[in-house]
Design a protein around this ligand. Structure first.
Ligand code: ZN
Length: 216
């Protein structure tokens, strides 16, 4: 088997397989995220300092590589075929987007790279490149305002590439900073309150502190 044979066998878009696959509904997806611990209920202090009765930690949904690929497939089912057929490359912002981006690229049979911050600037390292004219799908785990996605979008455009769209596991349903078409697998908007207005504190509950950007 030559390298070309290997590339042809493993880097072929699986669009026909994707089309045949049933799509899970919102309730089934929500149950999946709850069962994996990606969505937890309780009384939490978010990194913003606000209190919430819900904790979203997407990494928990991706502890099983095979289930992660399944989630990638489910997400791609939301994206129109004419977009999927034209994607050359999947790009994710580090760190949260890497596992999901890999799964999306695997499901699509396309290459995957990630961008990361160095001294606060989002860039490609590890000799990753985006070629002029390459058509890119950006994959992120949770999109709230999409700040990191916007930075990757700019990076692709600077390299002469074209962003065909953005996908994520969870869409927090807030206004987005980026302009590309967007599809989120699960729309999920958890409520949060300033500490003095927290209904759980008012009931005498003790909040739990957790550290992650995705909490905000
Ligand atoms: Zn509270």
């Amino acid at each position: 088997m030559t390298k070309t044979d290997i590339m042809n066998e493993f880097a072929t878009p699986e669009l026909e397989v994707l089309k045949e696959m049933p799509a899970l509904g919102h309730d089934e997806l929500l149950e999946f995220f709850e069962k994996t611990g990606a969505i937890q209920y309780g009384h939490f202090i978010l990194t913003s300092g606000r209190h919430s009765d819900t904790y979203v930690q997407c990494a928990r949904a991706m502890e099983s590589p095979r289930l992660t690929v399944f989630l990638g497939e489910q997400t791609l089912k939301k994206v129109p075929d004419e977009i999927l057929e034209n994607v050359d490359l999947v790009v994710s912002p580090a760190v949260g987007g890497i596992t999901f981006g890999f799964a999306v690229a695997y499901a699509l049979g396309r290459d995957f790279i990630f961008a990361e911050r160095k001294e606060a600037k989002m860039m490609l390292r590890r000799s990753f490149t985006i070629q002029p004219g390459q058509k890119v799908l950006i994959a992120e785990d949770v999109v709230t305002t999409g700040g990191s996605v916007k930075e990757v979008e700019d990076l692709v455009k600077e390299a002469g590439g074209e962003v065909l769209g953005v996908v994520s596991l969870i869409d927090r349903k807030t206004d987005k900073k980026f302009s590309s078409p967007y599809w989120g697998l699960l729309e999920f908007d958890a409520k949060s309150w300033e500490p003095e207005a927290c209904k759980l504190c008012a009931e005498g509950g003790e909040p739990q502190s957790l550290g992650s950007r995705t909490l905000s």
